[in-house]
Design a protein around this ligand. Sequence first.
Ligand code: HEC
Ligand code: HEC
Length: 225
Amino acid sequence: MRLAVLVTAAWAALLSLALTGCGTGGYTSAGSQGAGKKLFITACGGCHTLADAGTAGTIGPNLDDAFAQAREAGMTSATFTQVVANQIRFPITATSTGAPGMPAADTTLPSCDDVEGDAFCVDDQDQAVSDVAVYVGAVAGTGVTAEKQTDGKSIFTTTCGGCHTLADAGTAGTVGPNLDGAKPSKELVVDRVTNGKGVMPPFGASLDAAQIQAVADYVSSTAGK
Ligand code: HEC
Ligand code: HEC
């Protein structure tokens, strides 16, 4: 249902662009999948599961599930790309359930003109939206199964880095505490990852016990170093 609404919105946006002849930012054919994958892991993966990217976020919908059915029904990657680009540019921020929706592009892909310090940002926001949209459009719902990650650093980068800064992993998320500053014990990492707290979702269903131990070993041994 939701996808149908989004697809309709995508075509409406395309149509209005065509009608007004105002062509800035509407088309996304010129995106780079490679750049898009990296951006997705940093900017989106903390909230969305996508097998190809190896991300396991659970705050937003699983994007493989969201697109699989429509892909089976014959919808093409180009259409998905447009749907994703519109969701990033015009996210549904107020949901029918009252749950927080998806943040705007200035939060998910902030422009470096607006960001101080070394927090995550992009030089060209339009290009970044295109890159992510082309990437997600190409891979979501294709039936790729995630290769199970066992290495703590990879698990951290794909699952946690979108929300947490950790110098060793090169991540710069700011939703949760900076872990170099927090220097959590292994026990605390295991507890938070298993049970979540506040805005941090639990990962006890998406990561198995060995993966949780691996990411906890990694974080507790590298944070603040
Ligand atoms: C802070 C969490 C968060 C981040 C970061 C985030 N999203 Fe979302 N996203 C959500 C939520 C929540 C929804 C569901 C909104 C709703 O209920 O309508 C959503 C919905 C979507 C949908 C629609 C899926 C469907 O089934 O309707 C797409 C596509 C999407 N997001 C892509 C992205 C991309 C690409 C990025 C990175 C640029 C991103 N999201 C970043 C939380 C997030
Ligand atoms: C959607 C964003 C988000 C994701 C994804 C996320 N966290 Fe968190 N995390 C938070 C927030 C917010 C808090 C603060 C919770 C509170 O105390 O209310 C937090 C707290 C923590 C803490 C406790 C820090 C302290 O000193 O209190 C640890 C440790 C932690 N997270 C590790 C992780 C690990 C490891 C992962 C990946 C498996 C992860 N987080 C994924 C948002 C996130």
